[in-house]
Design a protein around this ligand. Structure first.
Ligand SMILES: Nc1ncnc2c1ncn2[C@@H]1O[C@H](COP(=O)(O)OP(=O)(O)O)[C@@H](O)[C@H]1O
Ligand SMILES: [Mg+2]
Length: 380
């Protein structure tokens, strides 16, 4: 029995666009299907020209069609959507910003679109990863925690908001900017984590020119113009210290949870405490402390506390939150961060990977919000 066009469409329905995570049939990407005997040709419309995932889409389409009874060969051919078709895709996935155009932009809104994560009905937990100063491993923690959550089956996005040192794309091994579909940014992803970074939009050495209002605007766009698709978790790598960004975030994301990263040094702990105090001032809830660089285990099996001991616990006690974990110093963690190979993915059995998984699990279970106490978020 020869295969029909309807058979081909049904076979293609479960095939998803690798970044939009929707059926290519539903997205309107499947065009003419030509069947000659056992040979099938299908025209696939990519969202943008030079789509970085063309090869992956080609493979998925081929595999799905060849699996059909009565098909010998499958040949995808590619075309590109028109502006109108792209606008339709954006509308389908992300709603229509024009629907409320004309209304005054207010805090928490960009061009009339509200920030999805500020809504009490949003299922996304926003985790702000904060530190008192740079170099304590905040970005390493954000990256590995994100990957650990993804490994646990959660959908995860990361906003790299540290304008003084964007590093998340490098740590995850992402070297391409977001795809733009009719003004909607689709975050590139690796290890199951989608990322938007200030670094995609500015050269690293331009960081110093970012000023408060620009940061505010950029952050707002990262929350509204990016297709996050309601992830379970959105992690934000904050700039170190207590800058303008914390205030913007508190306004945009009143339900965000703050996690403070510190080293075991008493001095670092004091600086970290300022970040916690700042968060509390803007009414963000600090939920836990993560100590990094806690010790180094030598070849002799002995633990060496290179940066002292006790800082994480002391800070956690002062704030009145749990110390969620202590991550040892491991050369592979540093190497992985430099090479885009997060240790949680590349060496899951290492001491630090197990710790990251444990922290992710505690955040996911123990610290899961039950009821919200912010009066403005009362659910009736
Ligand atoms: N637990 C660790 N073991 C080994 N190296 C680490 C560890 N945590 C962080 N590093 C390294 O220390 C440096 C600073 O970490 P990073 O995550 O960039 O800090 P921050 O974001 O706080 O500035 C990076 O080179 C990183 O790879
Ligand atoms: Mg950093």
């Amino acid at each position: 029995m020869s295969v029909s066009e309807a058979n081909v469409i049904e076979a293609l329905r479960p095939v998803q666009d690798p970044e939009l995570h929707r059926s290519i049939v539903d997205l309107g990407m499947v065009r003419e299907i030509t069947i000659v005997g056992t040979d099938v040709t299908v025209v696939v419309a990519l969202t943008i020209a030079g789509c970085p995932l063309k090869a992956e889409i080609d493979k998925r389409v081929r595999d799905a069609i060849v699996a059909l009874d009565g098909v010998e060969t499958a040949q995808p051919e590619f075309t590109v959507m028109t502006d109108q078709e792209r606008a339709d895709v954006r509308q389908m996935l992300h709603g229509d910003p024009a629907a409320t155009a004309g209304s005054q932009p207010t805090q928490g809104h960009s061009e009339g679109r509200s920030i999805p994560f500020s809504d009490p009905s949003s299922k996304t937990r926003v985790l702000l990863i904060a530190s008192g100063k740079g170099g304590v491993g905040k970005s390493s923690v954000t990256t590995n925690l994100g990957v650990a959550l993804a490994q646990a089956g959660k959908t995860v996005g990361i906003i790299d908001a540290d304008v003084w040192g964007f590093s998340i794309p490098r740590m995850l091994g992402i070297d391409r900017p977001p795809v733009v579909i009719d003004s909607m940014l689709v975050p590139p992803s690796a290890h199951g984590v989608g990322v938007i970074s200030m670094g995609f939009f500015a050269e690293e050495d331009q960081a110093v020119i970012w000023r408060g209002p620009m940061l505010h605007k950029a952050l707002e766009q990262f929350l509204t113009d990016v297709y996050w698709d309601e992830p379970d978790y959105l992690l934000v790598d904050l700039p170190p210290g207590t800058g303008d960004i914390s205030i913007s975030i508190a306004g945009f994301l009143p339900r965000a949870e703050v996690y403070v990263v510190t080293t075991p040094q008493p001095v670092a702990q004091k600086v970290a405490q300022r970040a916690a105090t700042m968060a509390e001032k803007v009414q963000l809830e600090v939920k836990g402390v993560i100590e990094n660089m806690s010790w180094f285990t030598g070849d002799d099996g002995q633990r060496y506390e290179l940066f002292g001991a006790g800082g994480g616990k002391e800070l956690a006690d002062k704030i009145g939150v749990p110390l969620l974990g202590q991550i040892p110093l491991v050369p592979a963690l540093r190497a992985g961060a430099d090479n885009g190979a997060p240790i949680v993915a590349t060496d899951p059995e290492s001491e630090s990977s197990m710790m990251f998984r444990d922290i992710a699990n505690r955040i996911d279970t123990e610290l899961a919000p039950t009821r919200r106490f912010h009066p403005e978020l009362k659910i009736i």
